[in-house]
Ligand binder design. Structure first.
Ligand code: GDP
Length: 197
């Protein structure tokens, strides 16, 4: 899929204020600093569409972008960053939970995983919760350029193996590097296929 238009639509902390659910929607979520803004900017090729920053925990709203006037790309708040106060973190939890449970036009939620790390508790529990709700998801591994191919393979395999302790199958896996522009076509093809369903 070619992206010919990417337009910022809205930024709200409340799912009830999000745009009318009249187009399919693809959401991106992950722990703060996982590389989410970089992935969104790589996909849309619009630098600064999603704000990248070295300071974790800054996106506290649900941000909608309209792509090709046909589907919404959604930037969700990061989860599980320790220095965010407990109250705020619970607020994130509620907002994300409401979004995942109530957004009727949600086609797929991309859960971003830092490919350098061993499976992290909060990623696993989020994936398990989304899976238990029957919401379609895909795992998007980020920063793959930081690893040697065999290390990347090992980490992805370990992640899948860990999930298979609780599930019969694992969600689709996509490997990306925003730095090296790896995985862009794969993610856009994945979205294109989902739009056909
Ligand atoms: P967010 O908080 O999840 O939106 O993460 P950002 O996109 O702001 O990225 C967090 C940090 O990771 C920044 O310093 C980025 O430059 C860096 N980063 C993001 N993606 C990549 C990548 O693919 N490769 C490398 N090497 N660094 C990345």
């Amino acid at each position: 899929m070619k992206i010919t238009a990417a337009e910022f639509i809205s930024s709200y902390a409340d799912v009830r204020k999000c745009p009318e659910p009249n187009k399919p929607e693809f959401a991106f979520i992950g722990r703060s600093n996982v590389g989410k803004s970089s992935v969104i900017n790589m996909l849309t090729q619009t630098k600064g569409l999603a704000k990248t920053s070295a300071k974790p925990g800054k996106t506290q709203t649900i941000n909608h972008f309209l792509i090709n006037e046909a589907w919404y790309l959604v930037d969700l708040p990061g989860y599980g960053y320790a220095s965010v106060s407990k109250t705020t973190r619970e607020g994130f939890g509620q907002m994300i939970e409401d979004y995942v449970l109530k957004r009727e036009n949600l086609s797929c939620i991309f859960i971003l995983i830092d490919s350098r790390l061993e499976p992290q508790k909060n990623d696993l529990s989020f994936i398990n919760w989304v899976g238990s709700q029957g919401v379609p998801m895909a795992l998007l591994f980020t920063k793959s350029d930081k690893l040697k191919p065999n290390e990347l393979q090992r980490n992805v395999s370990l992640f899948k193996k860990t999930l298979l302790e609780d599930w019969d199958e694992v969600p689709p896996v996509l490997i990306t590097s925003s730095e090296k522009k790896i995985g862009r076509d794969e993610v856009l093809t994945f979205i294109e296929e989902a739009l056909k369903v």
